[in-house]
Write a protein that binds this ligand. Structure first.
Ligand SMILES: [Zn+2]
Ligand SMILES: [Zn+2]
Length: 428
């Protein structure tokens, strides 16, 4: 029920599905109005970021324009160059009274030679718009708690800006983390991504003349080839979601010598961090096999990638409710509840999802004639269009609705946290 703009929730048992829909409808009306008000100022900001692509940890223009924009918003406190990173930033709206703490991540980085071909301009806009709408609804309805936006640098490659923020304690006391990502295939708040790790392998042997006295040498290239073949054999017994790729980065110096040195790189992807660990151990046995067979000495450098993303089902339900309440639901439809959308890519939001409940909502923007996906030149073009911007505002509204649900219903946050604990147990 609603009295003078305040929702009074007497007890959960008293509420019917219709009550919940009506409440969501009222919240959405507020969110919609506020984001529509912001449309004219958000469009040039989106254009500016898209037209000025910057690489990981060098997102100076994006950092400056976004923090400047947030400073103009009433009631927000903004920290530039936060947590020891030049291009990280934090904006906080605090009701002044204790309550849930909801957060949004705003990615900003572009790709080498491709500009904003991953559409991170749209991610930043969706998160900024959603945070402002959430704060305004809180104010209007006297809801207590905090809204935080983190400007998260360096997502592309293995930059891991979010991991650095996590390790610096930025997410301590934060209850949930929301973010979105554009593509052309899916509309879904229940997205899983893959975990990955990179291994750099070196073999050190002993040089010898291949014709004169090969018995004096230890062949490092043979060790690497044995490793490569052992991994090829291993691939026959892996799971469909496991991916192991390898290349040879140093195949020896000349054909008429026994090779003293050889090197390669291996990338492993898996459906979960736990599975990745299992797979990594199997791959390391293959690396050892090369060393044992030849007598060469192996050296392995493990370059940590990103964890898989574990989506929160309760938060996803909220997002879906608002997405469907808005008119003109775009294709494709959000899959039925509980049906995972697999995106075979990796993101440092995955690491966030292991620390707190997370939603990483995929959204489809209208594709180009060749249906170029993220990281293609065509996707760079479409991520700068007005249509793509419109979709990011729709996403912002659904994200804001999700955040308002968490802030206005304490029991929902309990449910979100219980689900997260179950997910963490299941995955290990
Ligand atoms: Zn990307
Ligand atoms: Zn991306």
């Amino acid at each position: 029920m609603e009295v003078d703009d305040f929702i009074i929730v007497s007890s959960e048992e008293d509420l019917t599905d219709l009550d919940y829909r009506n409440m969501a409808d009222n919240i959405l009306t507020d969110i919609d109005m506020l984001i529509e008000e912001l449309r004219e100022t958000l469009w040039p900001l989106n254009r500016f970021i898209h037209k000025n692509p910057e690489l990981a940890f060098k997102e100076y223009k994006a950092h400056d324009s976004l923090t400047e924009f947030m400073r103009k918003q009433e009631g927000w406190k903004v920290t530039s160059s936060a947590y020891g990173m030049e291009t990280a930033w934090v904006a906080t709206y605090d009701s002044g009274q204790a309550g849930p703490v909801v957060s949004f991540n705003a990615e900003m980085d572009a790709l080498p030679n491709l500009g904003h071909a991953c559409g991170h301009n749209l991610i930043a806009i969706a998160s900024v718009a959603a945070s402002l709408a959430t704060a305004r609804v809180m104010k209007r309805r006297n809801l207590t708690g905090k809204v935080i936006v983190f400007g998260t640098p360096g997502e592309e490659g293995t930059g891991g800006g979010k991991i650095r923020l996590l390790e610096a304690g930025a997410f301590e006391g934060v209850d949930i983390s929301l973010i979105s990502h554009p593509g052309i295939f899916n509309n879904s708040p229940f997205v899983r991504t893959t975990a990955f790790v990179r291994l750099e392998v070196e073999y050190h042997g002993r040089a010898a003349h291949a014709a004169n006295s090969p018995w004096l040498g230890i062949n490092a290239l043979d060790a690497l080839v044995i490793c490569y073949n052992a991994i090829s054999a291993l691939r026959q017994q892996t799971m469909p979601s496991d991916v192991i790729g390898m290349n040879i980065t140093n195949g020896g110096a000349a054909p008429n010598i026994i090779h003293a040195f050889a090197a390669g790189a291996i990338v492993i992807r898996a459906a979960s961090t736990h599975r990745l660990q299992e797979l990594q151990e199997k791959v390391l046995s293959c690396v050892q096999a090369g060393a044992v067979a030849t007598g060469a000495e192996e050296k392995v450098k493990v370059i940590k990638g990103y964890a898989d993303h574990v989506p929160n089902r309760v938060l996803a339900r909220s997002y879906t409710k608002y997405w469907k309440l808005m008119p003109g639901v775009p294709d494709p439809p959000i899959p039925p509840e509980g049906q995972v959308t697999w995106v075979k890519a990796s993101t440092d939001q995955g690491n966030i999802s292991y620390a707190l409940p997370s939603v990483n909502a995929s959204f489809a923007i209208p594709p180009g004639p060749n249906r170029g996906p993220p990281h293609s030149p065509e996707f760079e073009k479409i991520s700068g269009t007005k249509d793509a911007f419109e979709r990011s505002l729709r996403v912002a509204k659904a994200l804001a609705g999700t955040a308002v649900d968490v802030i206005s219903e304490p029991r929902l946050l309990d449910e979100v946290k219980r689900q997260w604990k179950r997910d963490m147990n299941d995955i290990s």
